[in-house]
Write a protein that binds this ligand. Sequence first.
Ligand code: ADP
Ligand code: ASP
Ligand code: MG
Length: 456
Amino acid sequence: MKFGGTSIADAAAIERVAGIVRARFESSGGDKPPVIVVSALADVTDRLIAATRLAEDGDVERAAASLDDLLARHLSIASALTTGTRRDDLVAAVREEFATIIGLVRALAVLREISPRSLDAVVASGELASSRIVAAVLAERGVPAVWIDARTIMTTDAEHTGATPEMAQTCARANEVIGPLAADGHVAVMGGFIGATAQGVTTTLGRGGSDYSAAIIGACLGVDEIQIWTDVDGMLTADPRIIPEPQLVRQLSFAEASELAYFGAKVLHPSTILPAVSKNIPVRILNSLRPEVSGTLITAEARPPDGRLSAIACKRGVTVIDITSTRMLGAHGFLRRLFEVFERFKTAVDVVTTSEVSVSVTVDDTRRLDAIVDNLRKFADVSCEPDMAIICAVGENLRVDQTLFGRAVTSLGRVPLRLVSQAASRRNITFVLRDADVTQAMTRLHDEFFRTVAVT
Ligand code: ADP
Ligand code: ASP
Ligand code: MG
């Protein structure tokens, strides 16, 4: 059971989570107790990153003050929800965690340089503190919870701020540490998102990575279900921040969920589905504010064909790069040369379309864009267009119902489309358009496919 930041935002939310876990623990009769993975409290990761930026600017007092504020927030929740020596121990542990990072941030403010490695050390404190609090609150409510330092389990490479888990070591550790605890009827509680290299240096898996942590731990332990508890009812037919009343999607295939997560459905980290697929473990998205709703169930099987799309996602702030060269005419090896440039600068390409003499690609990571363009210009004309977006309409039904593609394109009317693509899987249609047109395009697509009919 993974609980995101908003599910543990404050004392009331943590109480609610404790109730959900306790109910689940009791219904298991102590047999197969749940394993709990938590994010940092809502906004804490953003605030920790902001504090390191202040330190980088040399503004040590504001950085320290903002960390003091965060400490006070954690302490007030810890004190409100626990009592006696458990409270004393929890308060001492949280204080110590923050004392360490306040010391670190002060040191970084002197150097005025934040490396990815030191950023990870600071940011990890969010999940370390929240997981300690949740474990103590569960114990206070009579659940036999045991806190685990996630860094002793999640083993990763040293690619700080976006580390890749080493599956074999992580699974071995999970089975060594959590396996016996669970067999004894204990509920293990750990932070998501964080890990450590084999040498013990703290790392993080990238923003939103707690979902991924939970899926990895679930796959390692061979659980019955991986549950992602969040602040919406499940995967919705569109981002609720863009479409005011999207509908709940009750069932999705692994492949559909992966596409949606990759193309912007923030409710799932894009890597979450991979570990689940490897062990064929169902993933369920649930709402901690409405635990009675059955949520979205994600499994290997697609739902039966019913002539509808499953959901629409969008990824904003994308840049289109157009690469044109007459040397491409009938030439082999051109594409290899072109994509080698992206490989060299470790930049992922999302959408690709080609014509006889030109290739257009989209990227969302523009940190190395200048170098990429310089290198492409050695053999082609290159132009870039920022402020674009990708809309991805997803549905297994696209494979069986040939009319859906036409309906999708037609529904967009006069919205100018820059690129359109449908890959061989035929599970999605991808539109690239101006970011400024996203709301209009999403609204049109959503009206076409989801307005009048209830999703079943
Ligand atoms: P958590 O803190 O639980 O990890 P996130 O903020 O990462 O929560 O993800 C949940 C949010 O994802 C929702 O509140 C919603 O605004 C956003 N979201 C974007 N697209 C979708 C979608 N298609 N379905 C559900 N939620 C979505
Ligand atoms: N706390 C981390 C973040 O905000 C990880 C997560 O919430 O999944 O990105
Ligand atoms: Mg999330």
